[in-house]
Design a protein around this ligand. Structure first.
Ligand SMILES: CC[C@H](O)CC(=O)C(=O)O
Ligand SMILES: [Mn+2]
Length: 335
């Protein structure tokens, strides 16, 4: 049987930044990048959790300059390439140009699932700069499949080479993923990717559904380090996909060692499904809201889950982090 091949993109050093409160050190980035490269991972992402330019009071200040971290990671690459995330409005074109000078070779331009049109200039710039250029539809559970197809076509028309379905809230079930990826497969010519979160313990099942439906770019993070309950666990995904007969190009022992020997020692807490992250998956809340919610719950003396349920009801989206505090205060007043 001919083995199907695809790319695994590791997001430990970007989505993991949320779980690390944006405090990756240069040494942690160097060691992680070296281990990912040695294991055969083709692409891995480095930047503030909210992408280039994310360091701010709204999203959390970075402990170290992300351009310096990108440069350190790129220096470790013998075969791998560094990706950066860019959310138009949080990051600007100049941030992307600087990331390229620091060694980035791929950009993922991320928008809310209904707002692909804000990415036209950034995708064009990515292509102009010679980057592998990707469109990333965040909170994909919030739009019906037809809308996702429409938005993916926009990304493709701007020049995106890959379009991602992104389950930012860890809300989707395998059938949701199958439906969306299959529809994209029939409607667009570029590659399709999937990025999952594990808030309902569905990240691996969703990933398998995505590859079986035709996705050829799949995200994971070592030890699942990422926002909320974290991402699809890269080293486990390699084993599962190999068992399913796919060619990952990644050395299983080396990727396990990267997770266990490099990442585990610096993780601030185990990547678990807690009551709060479960509520995020259940009610469709952005995984990156978790740590902000914990701070707000403490400050106003309220239950984190009540804040998250209310944010889910309000259909809060990325960029509305300040709402978390308003909601917490409102609950405290009502209590
Ligand atoms: C805030 C950006 C976000 O973390 C991007 C991402 O990984 C997602 O939407 O899941
Ligand atoms: Mn994510």
């Amino acid at each position: 049987m001919e083995k199907k091949s695809f790319e695994i993109l590791d997001v430990t050093l970007r989505d993991g930044s949320h779980a690390m409160s944006h405090a990756f050190t240069p040494g942690q980035v160097r060691d992680t990048a070296r281990a990912l490269d040695a294991a055969g991972v083709r692409y891995f992402e480095v930047s503030h959790g909210d992408g280039l330019g994310g360091s701010s009071l709204q999203y959390g200040l970075s402990a170290h300059d992300e351009l310096e971290l990108i440069e350190i990671a790129a220096d470790e690459c013998k075969q791998a390439e560094v990706s950066v995330l860019l959310i138009p409005g949080i990051g600007v074109k100049g941030d992307l140009q600087n990331a390229v000078k620091a060694g980035a070779k791929m950009v993922r331009v991320a928008t809310h699932v209904t707002e692909a049109d804000v990415a036209a200039q950034h995708i064009a710039l990515g292509r102009e700069l010679g980057l592998k250029t990707v469109g990333f539809l965040m909170m994909s559970h919030m739009a019906p499949t037809a809308k996702i197809v429409e938005q993916a076509k926009l990304f493709e028309s701007y020049g995106a080479e890959v379009v991602y379905v992104t389950d930012s809230a860890g809300y989707m079930l395998p059938q949701d993923v199958t439906e969306r990826i299959s529809a994209l497969k029939q409607s667009i010519g570029c590659d399709i990717g999937f990025h999952g979160h594990n808030n309902l313990s569905m990240a691996m099942a969703n990933t398998v559904a995505a590859v079986e439906a035709g996705a050829t770019f799949i995200d994971g993070s070592l030890r699942a380090l990422g926002a909320g309950s974290g991402n699809t666990q890269t080293e486990v995904m390699v084993a599962v996909l190999e068992r399913l007969g796919y060619e990952t190009g990644i050395d299983l022992y080396k990727i396990m060692d990267a997770a266990n020997d490099v990442v585990t020692p610096y993780m601030p807490r185990p990547q678990e499904i807690t009551g709060s992250s479960l509520v995020m998956g259940y009610s469709g809340v952005y995984s990156s809201f978790l740590l902000h919610t914990q701070v707000a719950a403490k400050r106003f003396g309220v239950d984190e889950r009540d804040i998250l349920l209310e944010l889910g009801r309000m259909k809060a989206v990325g960029g509305q982090e300040d709402l978390i505090y308003d909601v917490a205060q409102g609950i405290a007043v009502r209590n």
